[in-house]
Design a protein around this ligand. Structure first.
Ligand code: KG4
Ligand code: ZN
Length: 346
């Protein structure tokens, strides 16, 4: 008999719901992105985000069930992201999940958002060689995880300041490109010279596995406005924007790939995988595929819609936690921050 789990995600600016069969087969994956709402602020406004979730969550859940042709009574459980994220946003998804759980007598499963990003690798490749290293890079997080087994991942490196996606979002704002910045920089970099400007990569050669991205954004600002920011922002022609976008993207990707390769070497990983919105980036994927230090290591690139925030990853990890008997109570609380391991997470 197949196990159907509904996954609900509302931790940041995506309202999402999905139904997954047997922890792997994505029957539907409905995502509503709030990019249009936040673009004039060039960042997620928490209050605006939670209000939008409130008006969208029930139609999105209904749409997911309809697309999957599943009635609530057929579900084995409702899984929901309860951390980390914006508290007001998390509460909306959790209220919906708790209501469904109570109404239909379904077990409620609490899922850690970052661990769900990590778990996508097992949805794509259940027999992932272990141990594996997973790079999760998004607008809010950039970290490396040592994956011991499904549902058990340990953080071995993290950013000390900005996330990689945040660095791309801020650079796009400086360069007058679109929002969100990651895809805007990627598009603007097409045909640009990645070596036109050498941006610094702090911590790149440090022995540990931590990242730092705040300096690269400042370096872009100094490059344009002088070291004392004494100059006004110069008018840039299309070729200059292309070269700057390409050089900046090159710097961010080089920092990510360098630490990923170091992590694989340090822990003797047999596989690598990536997740989070930045994992959609094609240069990142190409550089990982071509990285000499990763030869002989199995590389998993999840489909793009399983990289950015979605409900399928929540349902996927939720299915595993359900099988392990890790069911939450209806008084489950939201938390803004992540825990270090999946074991603590349940
Ligand atoms: O995981 P995600 O959808 O949401 C969270 O932040 O949790 O990630 C969004 C981030 C944004 O910073 C966005 O600019 C970045 O992922 N992003 C990309 C690409 N698509 C989205 N960064 C680089 N290249 C992309 N194609
Ligand atoms: Zn995310």
């Amino acid at each position: 008999m197949s196990i159907l789990v509904l996954g609900i995600e509302s931790s940041c600016d995506e309202t999402a719901a999905a139904v997954v069969r047997d922890g792997r087969e994505v029957l539907c994956n409905v995502v509503h992105s709030q990019n249009e709402l936040h673009k004039r602020w060039r960042g997620v406004v928490p209050e605006v985000a939670s209000r939008s979730h409130t008006s969208r969550i029930l139609p999105i859940v209904a749409q997911a069930l309809e697309q999957a042709q599943v009635r609530p009574g057929q579900l084995a459980a409702v899984a929901v992201t309860h951390r980390p994220g914006l508290i007001g946003c998390l509460l909306v998804g959790m209220a919906a999940a708790k209501s469904l759980s109570w109404l239909h007598g379904l077990p409620l499963v609490a899922v850690d958002h970052i661990q769900a990003h990590v778990h996508v690798a097992f949805m794509v490749e259940p027999a992932l060689p272990l141990p594996a290293v997973n790079l999760v890079a998004s607008g809010g997080h950039t970290a490396l995880y040592l994956v011991h087994e499904p549902g058990r991942a340990e953080r071995i490196g993290t950013t000390r300041d900005d996330a990689a996606g945040e660095a791309l979002d801020k650079a796009a704002a400086i360069l007058g490109l679109g929002y969100p910045g990651g895809p805007a920089i990627e598009a603007a970099a097409q045909g640009g010279d990645p070596r036109a400007v050498r941006f610094p990569l702090p911590l790149r050669h440090a022995e540990h596995l931590d990242f730092s991205f705040s300096g690269v954004k400042t370096a872009l600002l100094y490059h344009l406005r002088g070291n004392a920011l004494e100059r006004p922002m110069p008018a840039l022609d299309a070729a200059q924007v292309r070269d700057l976008a390409a050089s900046y993207q090159h710097a961010v990707v080089t920092a990510l790939v360098g630490k990923l390769a170091r992590a694989v070497r340090d822990v003797g990983a047999r596989a690598v995988a990536i997740g989070g919105g930045v994992a959609r980036n094609q240069l990142l994927r190409r550089r990982i595929a071509e990285e000499p230090a990763l030869r002989g290591v199995r590389v998993v690139f999840p489909p793009l819609d399983l990289c950015s925030d979605n409900g399928a990853m929540v349902a996927g990890l939720g299915t595993l936690l359900l099988a392990q008997g890790k069911v939450a109570d209806l008084d489950l609380a939201a938390a803004a921050t992540a825990r270090r391991t999946a074991q603590e997470a349940s």
